[in-house]
Every structure is written in structure tokens, then in C-alpha cells.
Design a protein around this ligand. Structure first.
Ligand code: 2AM
Length: 218
């Protein structure tokens, strides 16, 4: 008597599944997710800079503001599955910590600013965590980051119409806001986000959180 067909046991079905799965790539990154209250504080800061008359900056919407630990680029679904397994293992051996956000600056420098950021005063625990995430990503075949890790929170990106007038305004505003803005947040988790790019901007979707150890280090 013929046995009932279990599709998952069928070699052709399994092969087809594997092949089709590896065709699906997604753009993803590992980050520290910010609580809404901190996103709002940063959004208010951006709004203050905006209302000073600064133009030519594409502002990051408050709900998208985060701290990137590793940009993964386009990765396969199977890499996401491996991350689901390995990221929690790494996260749980690293302590929780507090991040202090303070100071504004630009990359690569004031002469030709491209990225406007808020600075991060981070304990050694953040750098240790980022280093282990970077090596995990490399083990999973993600190209290494060529620049040293400089923790920062991107507030906006300069557009082509960012002109000399904006430049002068920016320099003045950097001094004022640098001395006045402060925010802090406890970090107890890291998160994997999917990023979908649209003409209107990026949409980030939380895929999962991985908990850090309950031990706190500062
Ligand atoms: P950053 O602007 O905060 O430095 C999600 O796209 C995040 O990944 C962005 O916030 C950005 O971090 C980082 N990112 C995007 N594209 C990148 C690239 N090509 N190389 C490195 N990091 C990138």
C-alpha cells in the first residue's frame, strides 16, 4: 500500500524549498532600539535645528532613530535564521549598560558635512558587544566594516541643496545644542531590523530582540 506523502520528506520539495529560500534577500542591520521617549527628545532636537532655518537636511523620522551596531546589507533568509540562533547567545554574555547621548557633530567634518549626529558616551561594554557582533557577522559571511566603530545617532543626512548659508547656521547651532542636549537610556537588548527602502524613505521592521545579561556595567 502506498504511504501518504509527506511533502517535507520529499527530496525534490526540500531542494526546491532550499533553493527558493536562498533567493530571498533582505537588507538588515543590528541596532540598539531607542524607547519612544528618547526618540521624541531627539525628534524635538531635530525640530529645534529645523526651526533655526537649517535647510537641505533629510531628517530621520523620530520612530526610525536608533544606534547602529552592524549594518549587514543584503543578507539571505538563511543568514537571518543563523542570527536568530547566534545573536542571543552572544547578547546574553554581555552586560546591560546605560548610554548617555550628548553633543552634536558631523561626518566627515564641518567643511563637507554629510551626516549630522548626536554623540554617544558609551561604556566599554558597548564596544565589547559591538566587537563580538562584528565577528559573528563576519563568521556568517557578511563583509567586514572597514571603518572603526564610532558610536553615534544619526539625526539627518545632508542633501545636495545644503548650501553655505546652511553651513553657517549649522556651525552656530552645533555649539548651542552641543552644550544643552542630554538624554540617557538603559540598554538591555539588541535588535535585528529589516530595512525596506522606498522613495519616501526607509521603513524599519523589528525582526527580533536578543536580551543582554541582567548584570549591569557602567
Ligand atoms: P548610521 O546612519 O546610523 O550610521 C540602517 O540603514 C542603518 O545602517 C543606518 O542608520 C546607517 O547607520 C547604517 N547604514 C546604512 N547604509 C550603510 C552602509 N552602506 N554602510 C554602513 N552602514 C550603513
Amino acid at each position: 500500500m502506498a504511504s501518504p506523502i509527506d511533502e517535507s520528506d520529499h527530496p525534490e520539495y526540500t531542494d526546491w524549498q532550499e533553493d527558493s529560500r536562498s533567493l530571498f534577500n533582505m537588507r538588515a542591520f543590528i541596532a540598539i532600539e531607542f524607547p519612544q521617549s528618547v526618540q521624541q527628545q531627539l525628534g524635538n532636537l531635530a525640530q529645534k535645528l529645523r526651526s533655526s532655518g537649517l535647510r537641505g537636511v533629510r531628517w530621520v523620522p523620530p520612530e526610525n532613530i536608533h544606534l547602529t551596531l552592524k549594518f549587514l546589507g543584503d543578507i539571505k533568509t538563511e543568514t537571518v535564521q543563523q542570527l536568530t540562533h547566534h545573536l542571543p547567545t552572544i547578547a546574553r554574555v554581555h552586560p546591560s549598560f546605560t548610554l548617555n547621548l550628548h553633543g552634536l557633530g558631523v561626518f566627515p567634518g564641518l567643511r563637507h558635512p554629510r551626516v549630522l549626529w548626536v554623540g554617544v558616551q558609551a561604556p566599554a561594554a558597548l564596544f565589547d558587544l559591538q566587537r563580538d557582533i562584528e565577528s559573528l557577522a563576519q563568521r556568517l559571511g557578511v563583509p567586514p566594516e572597514t571603518r572603526p566603530f564610532t558610536p553615534h545617532v544619526t539625526l539627518g543626512r545632508m542633501q545636495t541643496d545644503f548650501g553655505p548659508q546652511d553651513q553657517a547656521l549649522l556651525e552656530a547651532q552645533l555649539q548651542v545644542s552641543t552644550s544643552t542636549f542630554h538624554a540617557s537610556l538603559p540598554v538591555k537588548q539588541v535588535a535585528l531590523f529589516r530595512s525596506d527602502l522606498f522613495p519616501t524613505g526607509a521603513r524599519y521592521t523589528l525582526l527580533f530582540h536578543a536580551d543582554l545579561s541582567e548584570r549591569v556595567e557602567n
